[in-house]
Design a protein around this ligand. Structure first.
Ligand code: UD1
Length: 417
């Protein structure tokens, strides 16, 4: 299942259910470590990153079982913070276990987390923030060791609204003695989901959904049931595919209220949409339009995770588009592959690319080098004339439950081989 073969040029039609959110499920699963009881996390996506998180939790002593569309996690037997192994390699989200383990066990040993090759992705803010809460870190042979004699609350002013750092502070702050105040917190919906889960367990916090969070630490947490929200990035990926192919699609359960900037961009690209209780209905006809400037920003701005998908569509649009990447510095690698399909994308610098829309991409053999860039190549293949083969697909399976099945349901000729 290393490659995906696509016969492009078919307008997508029909309806597709949007899976649960990867970026919400992972920190919530990490947070189950903070209770001594069983939690049931519903609507968990069955993706490689979640399977890796399940392995990590099991290696720590949790009893984890798939049950219906979710995971039951019993964390009552966890006693050690050390963990290593293949699972943590290549999964940056294992980083959110740091705050959870320090909160639960007072210690954590992690391999330096990997992740997508989309930039430097330092973890200095995570370590700096946790140090202010009473953690001492050391690093040896690529392993990060954190220990604490007891977490205490702190006032933390984040210079960048880092999603992962905000999550780690919330996880540690929930177990800390006293209040933790985060100023400049990230406001991504996945952080709100984490807070809602923790509140369901009995945690007390204020300012949820804003950039100023106040966590009253030290409350006993209980197990609870929680439904992971739908994945706004998967919904956005399928939305872009619909626009790129000139189709009409119902994105069932797509979280429209979290997708304002994406829907605004969809309109600028020439698509119409209607939001109902069922989800988002998208109607695109003919060629997508170029957008003068598309800028990625922290939430509620246009998400960096959809920049590559948008770039694929703009590559075939009528006209010239400027795409500015403000979050990660290495997110235009996919442009090289898109250019192999006939696109005319010039990378001006690490943060800016210009796409001169060429009207029609042509099929080619291209390689996925990271998750979201890989999904963008699939979209490009759906739009292109002729056959496209995307290799390196395990990256894509990290975040998409079954991208081939979903696009097949919408009429595409696509198969994983
Ligand atoms: C999370 C998401 C990822 C998304 C990203 C931005 C998960 C599992 N991943 O990643 O899909 O693309 O948010 O929305 O939820 N930074 C530092 N020092 C740090 C931490 C971050 O300088 O210690 C910088 C990063 O290099 C980047 C920016 O802060 O430029 C934002 O990164 P961050 O929000 O932390 O992204 P992740 O949590 O890794």
């Amino acid at each position: 299942m290393d490659s995906i073969h696509i016969q492009g040029g078919i307008a997508l039609q029909g309806q597709v259910r949007i899976q649960g959110s990867k970026n919400a499920a992972l920190p919530v699963l990490a947070a189950t470590l903070l209770t001594m009881e069983r939690s049931y996390i519903r609507n968990c996506p069955r993706i490689a990153d979640v399977h890796a998180m399940v392995s990590l939790l099991r290696s720590l002593g949790c009893l984890v079982t798939w049950c219906g569309d979710g995971l039951q996690v019993d964390s009552s037997q966890v006693s050690r913070g050390a963990m290593q192994g293949e699972a943590v390699k290549g999964m940056r989200s294992s980083l959110c276990l740091l705050g959870a383990l320090l909160g639960r066990c007072g210690e954590a040993v992690l391999e330096h987390p990997g992740g997508c090759v989309i930039g430097e992705r330092p973890i200095d803010l995570h370590l700096w923030a946790l140090e202010q809460m009473g953690v001492v870190f050391s690093e040896e042979n690529g392993m990060i060791q954190g220990t604490t004699r007891g977490l205490h609350g702190a006032r933390i002013v984040l210079p960048i609204p880092s999603v992962g750092a905000t999550e780690n502070i919330i996880l540690a702050g929930t177990m800390a003695e006293g209040d933790t105040r985060i100023e400049g917190a990230a406001k991504e919906p996945e952080i709100t989901a984490l807070c809602r889960y923790l509140q369901g367990c009995g945690a007390v916090m204020e300012g949820v959904g804003t950039d100023r969070l106040l966590i009253h630490g030290g409350n006993k947490l209980y197990g609870t049931e929680f439904a992971v929200p739908s994945d706004r990035i998967v919904a956005g990926t399928y939305l872009m595919a619909c626009i790129g192919t000139g189709g009409s699609v119902l994105l069932e359960k797509a979280p429209a209220d979290e997708m304002e900037a994406v829907l605004d961009t969809a309109s600028r690209m020439g698509a119409s949409f209607w939001v109902s209780e069922e989800g988002i209905y998208v109607q695109a006809s003919g060629h997508p339009r170029a957008v003068e400037r598309l800028v990625t920003l922290p939430y509620p701005g246009f998400p960096t995770d959809l920049q590559s998908a948008a770039l694929a569509v703009l590559a075939a649009a009528e006209g010239r588009s400027i795409v500015e990447e403000r979050i990660f510095e290495n997110r235009f690698r996919v442009a090289v592959e898109l250019n192999r399909m006939g696109a005319c994308i010039e990378q001006v610098n690490a943060h800016m690319a210009v796409a001169r829309g060429i009207g029609q991409l042509r099929g080619a053999r291209v390689e996925a080098r990271e998750l979201r860039g890989g999904a963008a190549l699939v979209i490009a293949g759906l739009m292109a004339q002729g056959e496209t083969v995307v290799t390196g697909c395990p990256y894509i399976y990290r975040g998409y439950e079954n991208i081939c099945r979903d696009f097949r349901e919408l009429g595409a000729r696509i198969a994983s081989v």
